[in-house]
Design a binder for this molecule. Structure first.
Ligand SMILES: C[S@@+](CC[C@H](N)C(=O)[O-])C[C@H]1O[C@@H](n2cnc3c(N)ncnc32)[C@H](O)[C@@H]1O
Length: 253
């Protein structure tokens, strides 16, 4: 049970802790024969859920979400919003974020300053292949395809809406040297590429490093935006003067 919980995504653990908090709150009030107005009951559940989450070792930002969840639920129910609205919001989130609850890699985009920094790292004056693992809305690909047309660019994206958006962008933007596949980066063969780019999250970096080391050809270049690989210092780093002061980590295989 313990190891099952350790393997579970934080979102599932958070949900289980919410249920446990609700059960404990309801039970204690029943035993004390005490009733609380809905908002106070929500705050009570939220406090318990945040405490449980702290002891379960969830990241600190989860504590706020866990505390606010039940009171927010009470407030939203009081607004009498038609249930179709929540279904629509859920469906939009689903097509944009897809399996983020499991992968822990949400959609956020590299800045255009990162795109410009990437330009300086592409092989000069010769054809090459480039892959963006988790290509989001296709901005990295289409920008580089414009500035360095001698390259061939592939994006791999798992979330339906970003995939569709980038597919349309490439198709109707007339990018002949660019394509995007709907699928998982874990199914890609990295030996096909001269440059592999990733902007993911801290969570998959260990596993991605193993894949990179097993599959990438000697002499090819792996670039990670923002997320380093623990225990494997890059040969080069590039700090980009954008909003987040992004860092590019570069490894030559
Ligand atoms: C932080 S965004 C980066 C977007 C783009 N590469 C950029 O730099 O602007 C990460 C993207 O990876 C996608 N993603 C997460 N896990 C993935 C997987 N296993 N296979 C393919 N894409 C994945 C997410 O849906 C998201 O669009």
């Amino acid at each position: 049970m313990n190891s099952l919980l350790k393997k579970a995504p934080p979102s599932i653990i958070a949900l289980l802790l919410q249920l446990a908090a609700f059960a404990l709150a309801a039970l204690t009030l029943r035993l004390l024969a005490f009733q609380l107005p809905p908002l106070l009951f929500g705050l009570y559940c939220g406090t318990l859920a945040a405490m449980f989450s702290h002891f379960a070792g969830l990241a600190r930002w989860w504590l706020f979400i866990q505390f606010a969840f039940a009171p927010a639920l009470v407030l939203m129910l009081a607004l009498n919003i038609p249930p179709g609205f929540f279904l629509a919001a859920f469906l939009v989130m689903l097509v944009v974020y897809w399996s983020t609850f499991r992968s822990q890699v949400p959609l956020y985009l590299s800045s255009d300053k990162v795109w410009h920094a990437l330009e300086t790292k592409l092989p000069a004056g010769q054809p090459f292949t480039f892959v963006d693992l988790g290509s989001g809305m296709g901005g990295v690909l289409t920008h580089l395809a414009n500035t360095h047309p001698q390259g061939r660019y592939l994006g791999i994206e798992t979330a339906p809406l970003p995939f569709l958006w980038s597919w349309l962008r490439i198709k109707f933007g007339g990018y002949r040297n660019c394509a995007v596949h709907w699928g998982s980066l874990w199914d890609s063969d990295l030996s096909q590429y001269d440059v592999v780019f990733a902007y993911l999250s801290p969570v998959p970096m260990d596993a991605l490093w193993n894949k990179v080391r097993q599959e990438m050809r000697p002499g090819s270049l792996f670039i990670s935006n923002t997320f380093a690989v623990p225990g494997h210092p890059p040969q080069e780093t590039l700090t980009v003067d954008d909003l987040h002061q992004s860092t590019l980590y570069l490894w030559r295989m």
